[in-house]
Design a binder for this molecule. Structure first.
Ligand SMILES: NC(=O)c1ccc[n+]([C@@H]2O[C@H](COP(=O)([O-])OP(=O)(O)OC[C@H]3O[C@@H](n4cnc5c(N)ncnc54)[C@H](O)[C@@H]3O)[C@@H](O)[C@H]2O)c1
Length: 380
C-alpha cells in the first residue's frame, strides 16, 4: 500500500533551514516512517535566493511571504527556521490554519510569547515540537536512558556550559542578516536564549524541573553599529550569562554560556553527579560518554570512555555498522523521524511547545535574577 503524503513548508533558508532540509530528505531513507515526506515549498524574503535554495535542496516551489505559505492547502507541516522574533506570529497563524508546527528554539523571545504559542497549538490540537536537537545525540539519549533506569541513585549536581568566541571583535555590527542575534528586539536575549536555552532544555529533560535561579549576566561590548540603520546603538543582549540553580529533586547546578571564551567555538558540555554514578558529555566529542560507576569492582574502578556507536545504543541501528559514529546533522534527522512517527501513531513528540515554554520560563527567571540580583523562582 502506498504511504500517506506529508507536505512540508519550510520558513528560513539559513543555517537551520539547511539542517532541517537535510533531515527531511534523510529521515525516510534511514527510518521506516508512516508518511512519504515531500519538500513542497520553502519560504524566505529574497525571491532569487529562495529559488536557488529550492533548486539545491529539491523543494517543489518557493514563496516570499510566510502568510501565503500558511494559506496553501497543499502544505501539512510548517517548519519555522527563521529568527526568534518571527516564531510566535508564524506558529500561531500556522496552528490556526490547522497545520502541524515544528519550531526552532527558543520557542518565544520570552515566556509570554511561548505561552500564546502553546495556547494556539493546544486549542487547534495540531502536532507540535521544538527543535531542541541535542536531546537526540545518541550519547545524550543514552544518558537519559541510564538515568531513567535509576542507576545514578539520588542526584546531587548538574553542571553545564556552552562556550563560543565569535563576538569578541568590537567591530562586528549588530542586526540584519547573520547578525540578528545581537539585536535584542529580534533575538529576545543574548546567550541566555540562544545558548543556555539548549543547556536548560537538556538539563530539565535529564534531571527534572528547575525551581529557582540566581544569575549574573554581562554585556562586554556596550555599543555596536546597527547594520540596518548605520547608527551606533546600545547593545541590548547579554554577552555572557551564568547562573546557579536548585532543581525540584534537590540537586544543585551551575550553568555558564558566553560568546567571549577565546578558542571555544561550540563547547557544550554537561556533567551529572549522582549517589552511585557520574557522567560527562562534550559536544566536541559527541559520540562519547565518560561514565563512572562506584559499584564497579574496586581494583578496576574508574572512568569509562564509552564510544556510543553500537546497534543497541539509541538510534544507531538505523545507521552504519557497529563502531562507526554519526554526527551533528543526524540529531535533526532523529528529531524529524521521531516527530513523523509520533504523528503516525497519534502521539506527541517531545519536546512539545509546552516543554519549550518550560525552558523560556527558566530563561526569563535567569534574566530577571541578573537584574534584581536576587534568587528568583521559576514562573509557571
Ligand atoms: N537547534 C539549534 O541548534 C539551532 C542552531 C542555530 C539556530 N537555531 C535557531 O534557528 C532559528 C534560525 O537561526 P539560523 O541560525 O538558521 O539563522 P540564519 O540567520 O542563518 O537564517 C535565518 C533565515 O530566516 C530568514 N528569515 C528572516 N526573517 C524572515 C521572514 N520574516 N520570513 C521568512 N524568512 C525569514 C532569513 O532569510 C534566513 O534564511 C533561530 O530561532 C535560532 O535560534 C537553532
Amino acid at each position: 500500500m502506498s504511504k500517506k503524503q506529508l507536505n512540508v513548508g519550510l520558513i528560513g533558508y539559513g543555517f537551520m533551514g539547511r539542517t532541517h532540509s537535510n533531515a527531511f530528505l534523510q529521515a525516510g531513507r534511514f527510518f521506516d516512517l508512516p508518511y512519504k515526506v515531500n519538500l513542497k515549498a520553502v519560504c524566505a524574503r529574497n525571491a532569487d535566493r529562495v529559488k536557488a535554495f529550492a533548486e539545491n535542496w529539491g523543494y517543489e516551489s518557493s514563496e516570499t511571504d510566510w502568510r501565503k505559505l500558511i494559506e496553501r492547502a497543499d502544505i501539512d507541516l510548517i517548519d519555522i527556521a527563521s529568527p526568534n522574533d518571527t516564531h510566535a506570529e508564524i506558529a500561531i497563524a500556522a496552528a490556526k490554519a490547522g497545520k502541524m508546527v515544528m519550531c526552532e528554539k527558543p520557542l518565544g523571545r520570552n515566556a509570554d510569547e511561548a505561552r500564546a504559542m502553546v495556547a494556539a497549538v493546544e486549542a487547534a490540537k495540531v502536532p507540535n515540537t521544538v527543535w531542541y536537537n541535542y536531546r537526540r545525540v545518541p550519547a545524550v539519549t543514552m544518558l537519559k536512558n541510564l538515568l531513567d533506569d535509576g542507576r545514578f541513585g539520588r542526584i546531587f549536581h548538574y553542571r553545564a556550559k556552552f562556550l563560543q568566541d565569535w563576538t569578541i571583535s568590537q567591530d562586528l555590527p549588530q542586526g540584519g542578516e547573520g547578525l540578528w542575534r545581537f539585536d535584542v528586539s529580534v533575538a529576545g536575549s543574548g546567550v541566555t536564549g540562544d545558548l543556555l536555552a539548549h543547556n536548560i532544555d537538556t538539563a530539565m529533560w535529564l534531571n527534572g524541573p528547575i525551581k529557582e535561579v540566581s544569575a549574573v549576566t554581562e554585556t562586554f561590548i556596550k555599543e555596536r553599529k546597527h547594520n540596518l540603520t548605520g547608527d551606533v546603538q546600545p547593545v541590548g543582549i547579554d554577552d555572557a550569562s551564568l547562573f546557579l540553580c536548585r532543581f525540584e529533586n534537590g540537586s544543585l547546578a551551575s550553568f555558564e554560556a558566553t560568546r567571549y571564551a577565546r578558542g571555544h567555538k561550540a563547547l557544550y558540555t554537561l556533567e551529572i553527579n549522582g549517589e552511585h554514578c557520574s557522567a560527562f558529555w562534550d559536544l566536541h566529542d559527541l559520540h562519547r560518554i565518560q561514565y563512572f560507576d562506584h559499584r564497579d569492582e574496586g581494583i578496576v574502578r574508574g572512568w569509562r570512555n564509552i564510544h556510543v556507536s553500537d546497534g543497541d545504543q539509541p538510534y544507531l541501528k538505523h545507521w552504519w555498522v557497529p563502531g562507526l559514529q554519526i554526527g551533528y546533522e543526524h540529531t535533526f534527522t532523529h528529531q524529524f523521524a521521531d516527530f513523523v512517527t509520533a504523528v503516525g501513531e497519534g502521539k506527541t513528540c517531545a519536546p512539545t511547545f509546552r516543554e519549550g515554554m518550560a525552558t523560556d520560563l527558566v530563561t526569563d527567571a535567569v534574566l530577571k535574577s541578573a537584574k534584581t540580583r536576587q534568587w528568583e523562582a521559576v514562573g509557571q
